[in-house]
Design a binder for this molecule. Structure first.
Ligand code: SAH
Length: 468
């Protein structure tokens, strides 16, 4: 068996043998013989295929039709009236992260009562396997004396919480390592939830010159919150971004008979309370920067913010070591119009009632790869199903099923597994993409292409876990 596989299997066994997990989510997670089931799953996914999932791509039909004038809509209308039509990127940034009225800022959109559900909210096993991946990379990089775990867009904090529990269970390995936790989160509401999930109640959280909040995790590690990646300290870092890059602002471009034009958002002249897409009359700076002569699609979406983040992560990994795991729905530079909205688990028109619905677009992994290459080696993107299987999800499931002492628990375990693994559910749509220092991979691995070509056996998760 490849070394990475062996190391991972050992870690997996240590986690499986260790005492059962205790459901500790303030949101109501509870222990299921080692796998805390996230609230909301039974109602959301009672085995029917009718539930709409956020990563799936839809036609423009079937969308919500009402158009109440939301405070965000009023704000955007004022803005467009005073400065003219805005780019889709500016629209998305305002709608999602405007400090006063932005969608992410003041409510919890995750779970059954929210607008969408994510893998870490479905099953604790997801975070466990990612935790094992980071520990296996830490071992492979020579067990450095200190590292920081940096999560971008941590939502409810569930993923970090699951990883921290794995770190605790592998304490015999990690006890001499100085570990700190760093969260990049723009939302005051979500950072409050993260603090309640990750730190002890009644502990006072402080502010520092760079972090807007800092404290100690329930497992005894220093934890910091930042609004901006520039504030996160450098150093040996393990980065994680799960369903984060898809929330960053995109520019949209349309090919016409007269060449490429950027799409802008304007007020509908026929209905002053409505917005509509228009084509920029002349070439915009973004069109010049992002549309290449060899582009064969007729519609293109580009997310420069994702590019900037990947560049920073790659630079820090190159200089200080570590790794990054990016998990999201996406494509390899082939898709066209993927911009969509979600509200209450239903598709929502992106221009209607802005600020009340999630906006998202598929991640272009080929763009991330181009930005990262040179500085770091990249692996993937590979399907979530492959990554979790390579990390030993089937072995973990068997242990949990053996420990489960009632039919209900077993059914829940199987249903969560199905959601994470089925190719027509999260298993096929979500992709895992990693960045590692060049020295981590043999030269032949560094040119590995996604999906079809042989995957690297040297790095856990990206090579098959073969058992003898
Ligand atoms: N990773 C979590 C949550 C995904 S939702 C999960 O998988 O469950 C997207 C997350 O990114 C939220 O926490 C949101 O508040 C955060 N976010 C969105 N845009 C951001 C930005 N520009 N800077 C920092 N955080 C952002």
């Amino acid at each position: 068996m490849p070394l990475a596989g062996l190391a991972c299997l050992g870690l997996l066994r240590s986690v499986a043998r260790s005492p059962r997990f205790h459901g500790n989510r303030s949101s109501g997670g509870r222990s299921l013989g080692g796998l805390a089931h996230r609230p909301g799953l039974p109602a959301l996914f009672p085995g029917s295929s009718s539930t709409i999932l956020r990563f799936q791509h839809f036609s423009s039909e079937n969308k919500t039709a009402e158009n109440p004038v939301s405070p965000m809509l009023k704000h955007l209308i004022m803005k467009i009236k005073s400065t003219g039509p805005i780019t889709v990127a500016e629209y998305m940034r305002e709608v999602l992260t405007n400090p006063v009225k932005g969608y992410y800022m003041h409510h919890d959109m995750l779970g059954e009562k929210g607008d969408f559900v994510t893998s870490p909210e479905i099953s604790q096993i997801f975070g466990e396997l990612i935790g094992i991946w980071f520990v296996s990379e830490w071992i492979a990089s020579g067990k450095p004396k200190r590292f920081q775990l940096v999560e971008l867009g941590p939502g409810r904090g569930s993923l970090t919480s699951d990883i921290l529990r794995v770190f605790k269970q592998l304490n015999s390995l990690l006890s001499k390592c100085e570990i700190s936790i760093h969260l990049m989160e723009v939302s005051p509401k979500l950072s409050e939830i993260q603090a309640s999930v990750l730190t002890e109640e009644n502990t006072k959280l402080q502010e520092s010159s760079t972090a807007y909040m800092q404290g100690i995790t329930k497992t005894g590690l220093p934890i910091f919150w930042y609004r901006n990646l520039n504030d996160v300290p450098g150093g040996n870092s393990f980065y994680l971004a799960h369903e984060f890059l898809d929330a960053l602002p995109i520019h949209k471009f349309q090919k016409t008979e007269k060449g490429w034009h950027e799409l802008l958002v304007d007020i509908d002249p026929g209905a002053p309370d409505k917005l509509r897409f228009v084509l920029a009359p002349s070439i915009t700076p973004a069109t010049k920067a992002f549309i290449h002569d060899e582009e064969s699609r007729n519609h293109v979406e580009v997310c420069p913010d994702a590019g900037i983040i990947i560049q920073k992560l790659a630079q820090n990994i190159e200089e200080n070591g570590g790794a990054a795991l990016i998990v999201d729905y996406g494509h390899d530079g082939t898709k066209t119009d993927t911009f969509r909205g979600f509200r209450g688990h239903k598709l929502h028109d992106v221009l209607i009632s802005p600020g009340t619905a999630d906006l998202t677009a598929d991640v272009d992994f080929s763009y991330l790869q181009r930005i990262a290459q040179g500085r770091v080696a990249t692996l993937g993107p590979i399907k979530q199903q492959d990554f979790l299987r390579n990390m030993g999800i089937d072995i973990r499931l068997q242990v949990l099923l053996q420990n489960a002492n009632d039919v209900h628990t077993r059914n829940q375990l199987l249903r969560s597994y199905e959601m994470l693994m089925d190719l027509d559910k999260m298993g096929g749509c979500f992709k895992f993409f990693a960045m590692l220092p060049h020295c981590r991979l043999r030269p032949s691995d560094q040119v590995m292409k996604p999906e079809h070509s042989s995957v690297s056996a040297a790095v856990a998760g990206f090579g098959e876990l073969t058992l003898k």
